[in-house]
Design a protein around this ligand. Structure first.
Ligand code: SF4
Ligand code: SF4
Length: 247
């Protein structure tokens, strides 16, 4: 029958004509977003405990931070936190990983910018505000917590080295005051003890070597001391032999 298609088309038009309006009049009227809508990622620096879990979990390396060690408390503190939002895929993993709810998405959906750097945000831990849009203070390679751990490890090694140096200095002083008592830790027998006491009294290098080994490795100190004693005993015997030969 002619005109059936036209009637069907009018039917569809009428059906949509009476349906509830769904068009959003954006930007004149801002849309109502679902409660859990993920807009712009935000950072609340007053809560951050500098654990680095968000950085570890982010698959796109969106997040980075710079930390420093507090001279008084020796604790790691946050210097700045950067969100390079252009690479964010809104997966929410960082938000879920954060143990103190520092990260969260707001409902800002107007994320377009003319300059891609303008979407980066750097937070300063003192003000808690965006310092300068488009400026990234820190762009560490790889994992920041790993770098922070490395920094911590280096500091521990330095502290250990300084502690050992203090112990070595104290050992040298003690050896100078009472060599027999100190050297008795690695040498047995009065004769050997006497030889080694003479050596450390005459040669600063030998004293420093024995003191260092006494601090770091007592067994090695005993072996090295035995070597010095043996060499010195041999030298003394040869000297006696030569003297007798002259007589
Ligand atoms: S939402 Fe996902 S991609 Fe975006 S910063 Fe968090 S972990 Fe990274
Ligand atoms: S996971 Fe949370 S507390 Fe830990 S560094 Fe990231 S933002 Fe800070």
């Amino acid at each position: 029958m002619k005109g059936i298609g036209l009637v069907k088309g009018l039917g569809v038009t009428l059906k949509h004509f009476f349906r509830r309006e769904i068009t959003e009049q954006y930007p004149d009227v801002m849309p109502e977003l679902p409660e859990r809508y993920r807009g712009r990622l935000q950072f609340d620096n007053t809560k951050c405990i500098v654990c680095g879990q968000c950085i570890n979990v982010c698959p796109n390396n969106v997040l980075s931070m710079e930390t420093f060690r507090d001279a008084n408390t020796k604790k790691r503190k946050l210097a700045s936190f950067t969100i390079d939002f252009q690479y964010c895929m809104f997966c929410n993993l960082c938000v879920e990983a954060c143990p103190v709810s520092t990260l969260y998405f707001n409902q800002d959906f107007e994320l377009s910018v003319a300059d891609r750097n303008a979407i980066k945000m750097t937070y300063d831990n003192l003000s808690g505000e965006v310092m300068e849009q488009g400026t990234v203070l820190i762009t560490p390679e790889g994992s920041v917590p790993a770098a922070a751990d490395e920094q911590e490890k280096t500091q521990q090694m330095q502290e250990q080295a300084e502690k050992e140096q203090r112990q070595i200095t104290a050992m040298i002083t003690a050896m100078a005051k009472n060599p027999h008592k100190v050297l008795a830790r690695v040498v047995e027998g009065e004769e050997d003890l006497g030889i080694l006491a003479d050596l450390v009294g005459q040669d600063e290098k030998i004293a420093a070597k024995i003191a260092e080994l006494l601090v770091k490795d007592k067994e090695k100190a005993a072996r090295v001391a035995a070597g010095f004693i043996k060499k010195e005993a041999k030298r003394r015997n040869e000297a006696i032999f030569d003297k007798k030969g002259e007589e």
